[in-house]
Write a protein that binds this ligand. Sequence first.
Ligand SMILES: [Cu+2]
Length: 199
Amino acid sequence: MKSLLHKPLLSAVSILEFLVIVAALASAIMAQEIQGKVSGARAGTVVYVDWISGKDFKGQGKHVTMDQKGMTFRPHSLVVLRGTTVDFLNSDAVGHNVYWKSVGGDKSKGNNMGTWPQGQTKSFVFWDAGAVPLLCNVHTEMSGYIFVVPTPYYALTKADGSFDIKGVPQGHLTLKTMGGGASKSKQVDVGAGITNVEL
Ligand SMILES: [Cu+2]
């Protein structure tokens, strides 16, 4: 009699324990996500998590390509983590130049990479966070953007201003925007699962 009562009780406890363990594992594995909308924004505004104290994210060793093709910068907007190397490629049959007047509005960070022919690449490592408006002094109608961000947690807004940043750490974070007008900023408490933010 005693053993009959005891057995189902034991198995009920172990099922509960099992479910608790599964739930704990799932929340640990499941990445946190920030979803939201930047009011008034169109496609191409960068939304990013600002510096996190105690963390020093670097894109060191990582290469991404900014192409000049069909007389345009491709992609038009490129977001990179600071420390990332941008390989400027010329895919057109004409010479293209690459220069920027400032980084994050700081004119002392302006640079002219020079002009080079088709098939060649010149590289630059971007360490300073901020917007880099790209120009070509051969073709004044050409323009592009590199947005250098301080953390690997970022997204570009879609046409309706919505965004989605996956894999964000939990905690008290600052969300900021870059490009597309005046910069916005908001404190966010990221918990498990999805956190919704309006900027
Ligand atoms: Cu050009």
